[in-house]
Design a protein around this ligand. Structure first.
Ligand SMILES: NC(=O)c1ccc[n+]([C@@H]2O[C@H](COP(=O)([O-])OP(=O)(O)OC[C@H]3O[C@@H](n4cnc5c(N)ncnc54)[C@H](OP(=O)(O)O)[C@@H]3O)[C@@H](O)[C@H]2O)c1
Length: 291
């Protein structure tokens, strides 16, 4: 079944994390299908710039700033759009990211903020928008996930948990509401080049992008295509990505080897070393005790 009714004239889309990176490109491509697109993120200045740029190209867009890790912010964002536009037809949960620091070196509060942004916010936005979608008999939720958990990508413990959680959430949401006109798709990203946090990380370390990275434009195209074709899951990465995911599930121990072979482990270690203060070596007593 295709679900063309959530794209096009008279339809309302909300794209989170649209102030920069991949989200700005998703907002651009969704706007090109017609309809009205609301861009959200924390930075009003960045949102204003992206929105002005898209509007100059003829897009029907606006922005609403929101910090999705704040209590009540997701519900307030949905309520505001529903009140002014009558509902949300397409929700793209793109806002997300990882601090790229070691799990133990961050406080539990910092770790839980990663969970709040990457999992709790998409769940809360979906919950808030679902009632209106069901009452109109149409809607589509697109969640932007990552390969991180499947390939044991280094230093992403909580991010990986959130992104894997998003895959399960999307599958069940789709199954439960599809017959009532509301669908869900998850877009599972490997590393992305050209825009977004992966590219910024490389720039920070003075490194070049690799053949294992997908262009950011292809993510935006995948989102629109997943909605048009009503795809349950789309993996965006060069090569036989879906096969790789299946193999990783069958042989989970392969992940670290793949990360080493692709250079991801070395790159991430460089980034961590740039960001973390050096941890002092253990004292002689501790080093010898119980080892
Ligand atoms: N780039 C990659 O290689 C890659 C790989 C796998 C998955 N992904 C996923 O793709 C999505 C987009 O990533 P990206 O690379 O484009 O990241 P990005 O450039 O860092 O953009 C993240 C977006 O989320 C917004 N955001 C961050 N914290 C927020 C908060 N508390 N409340 C509301 N908005 C917030 C940011 O805007 P403000 O700072 O203004 O709030 C920004 O618009 C994320 O879900 C990410 O996990 C990316």
């Amino acid at each position: 079944m295709s679900s063309p009714t959530v794209l096009g004239d008279g339809r309302i889309a909300l794209v989170t994390g649209a102030s920069r990176g991949i989200g700005a490109l998703i907002a651009r491509d969704v706007a090109r299908t017609g309809g009205h697109v609301v861009l959200s993120a924390r930075s009003a200045a960045d949102l204003r710039a992206v929105t002005a740029d898209l509007a100059a190209g003829g897009a029907d867009v606006e922005f609403v700033p929101a910090d999705l890790t704040e209590a009540g912010a997701a519900q307030a964002l949905v309520a505001d759009i529903e009140q002014r536009h009558g509902g949300i037809d397409l929700l793209v949960n793109n806002a997300g990211g990882d601090p790229l620091r070691e799990f133990h070196a961050m406080s539990i509060e910092e770790n839980l903020r990663t969970l709040a942004l990457n999992l709790i916010a998409p769940v809360t936005l979906s919950h808030a928008a679902l009632g209106g979608m069901l009452s109109r008999g149409r809607g589509h939720v697109v969640n932007i996930s990552a390969m991180a958990g499947r390939v044991a990508f280094p230093y992403t413990e909580v991010y990986a948990a959130a992104k894997d959680g998003l895959i399960g959430f999307t599958r069940v949401l789709r199954n439960d509401y599809h017959a009532r006109g509301v669908s869900a798709s998850v877009i599972i990203l490997g590393a992305v080049r050209g825009a977004g946090q992966g590219q910024r990380m490389l720039d920070e370390a003075g490194m070049k992008s690799s053949a294992y990275m997908a262009p950011a434009d292809s993510v935006a195209r995948a989102v629109v295509s997943a909605v048009r074709k009503d795809r349950p899951e789309v993996v965006v990465m060069p090569g036989p990505a879906r096969l790789l995911r299946a193999v990783m599930d069958y042989f989970p121990g392969l992940g670290p080897a793949v990360n080493r072979a692709s250079g991801a482990s070395a790159t991430m270690r460089t980034i961590i070393d740039l960001r973390e203060p050096k941890i002092p070596p253990p004292t002689a007593g501790l080093a010898s005790a119980g080892r």
